[in-house]
Design a protein around this ligand. Structure first.
Ligand code: SAH
Length: 226
C-alpha cells in the first residue's frame, strides 16, 4: 500500500489542490500515495456545529475547541502509528531531513489550524508534533499542509521521473544546489560556463561542488555550521 495522508481541516475542498497535478497527481493516480481530507466541523455536536470559541483569558480571535478537534483526530487514527503533525508557526521548522524520515513511513496525519490556533490541551493529549514551514504567519494550516505533503510525495520511490534527480538537490548533503544552464549555448550575450560543455565529468562535478559551497557560504552560512 502507498503512503497515506489524512488531513483534518475546516476546508477539505482545498485538497488535494496542486497535488493533483504533474508528478504528484500521476503518482496519486497510480496509487503510490493517497489523501483523505476530514471535515473537522463534522465532529461538532451542537446545532450550530460550533468548532471554535473565545480565548480563555481574553484577547482577539477564536480558538479551535479541544473536544471537537480530538473527536476528529480519534476518528482517523485509532490503532494508527502514523505521525500526527500540527501545522503551526510555533513549530519546529520543517527540514529536508524530517521530510526524508516522514517519506520512509506509512503516512501522516496533518491537523490544519485556523483562527488563533488550537487549544493547547489537545496538542498535549493527542501528542501532536508542531511543524512550521517558515517564520511568517499564514491565515490557516492548509497551505502549510500542502507544502509538507508536496515535499514528501516528490521523494517517494518512483514518483520523480528520474530518481537520481534528487541526489544533488539543495539541502541534500547540507549545501544549496549549484546553478543550472540549458541551451541555447549563448543567450543575450551570456554563455554557458565552458566547463559544462567540456565533457569532462570529473571537472564538472568538482566545479558544481565548488559552486554549491560558494553559494551556501554567501547565502546560508548557517547551513555550513554543521
Ligand atoms: N496566533 C497564532 C497564528 C495563527 S495562524 C500565532 O501567533 O502563533 C492560523 C493557523 O495557520 C495556525 O493555527 C497554523 O495551523 C497555520 N499557520 C500559520 N502560519 C504557519 C506557519 N508558518 N507554518 C505552519 N502553519 C502555519
Amino acid at each position: 500500500m502507498g503512503f497515506r495522508a489524512t488531513v483534518l481541516t475546516l476546508y477539505p475542498e482545498m485538497f488535494p489542490g496542486h497535488l493533483s497535478y504533474s508528478l504528484a497527481g500521476k503518482a496519486m493516480e497510480r496509487g503510490q500515495w493517497s489523501l483523505d481530507s476530514v471535515q473537522i466541523r463534522d465532529f461538532a455536536t451542537d446545532k450550530h456545529r460550533t468548532v471554535d470559541d473565545t480565548p480563555a483569558g481574553g484577547g482577539a480571535g477564536m480558538v479551535l475547541k479541544p473536544d471537537v478537534l480530538a473527536r476528529a483526530i480519534d476518528s482517523t487514527c485509532e490503532n494508527d502509528a502514523r505521525p500526527r503533525l500540527l501545522m503551526s508557526p510555533r513549530g519546529k521548522p520543517l527540514t529536508q531531513e524530517r521530510v526524508r524520515e516522514l517519506a520512509t513511513g506509512q503516512g501522516v496525519i496533518i491537523v490544519c489550524g485556523r483562527f488563533e490556533g488550537v487549544d493547547q490541551r489537545v496538542i498535549d493529549a493527542r501528542k501532536l508534533e508542531e511543524i512550521s514551514i517558515g517564520d511568517y504567519v499564514l491565515s490557516g494550516g492548509e497551505p502549510a499542509a500542502l507544502v509538507v505533503l508536496d515535499t514528501i510525495v516528490r521523494i517517494l520511490p518512483g514518483v520523480m521521473g528520474n530518481d537520481l534527480s534528487g541526489l544533488h538537490e539543495s539541502f541534500e548533503g547540507g549545501l544549496l544546489e549549484h546553478p543550472h544552464y540549458t541551451r541555447p549555448q549563448e543567450w543575450e550575450g551570456r554563455e554557458i560556463p565552458a566547463i559544462l560543455t567540456s565533457g569532462n565529468h570529473g571537472a564538472i562535478e568538482k566545479w558544481r561542488h565548488e559552486q554549491a559551497v560558494a553559494l551556501t557560504k554567501e547565502r546560508r552560512p548557517d547551513l555550513l555550521k554543521d
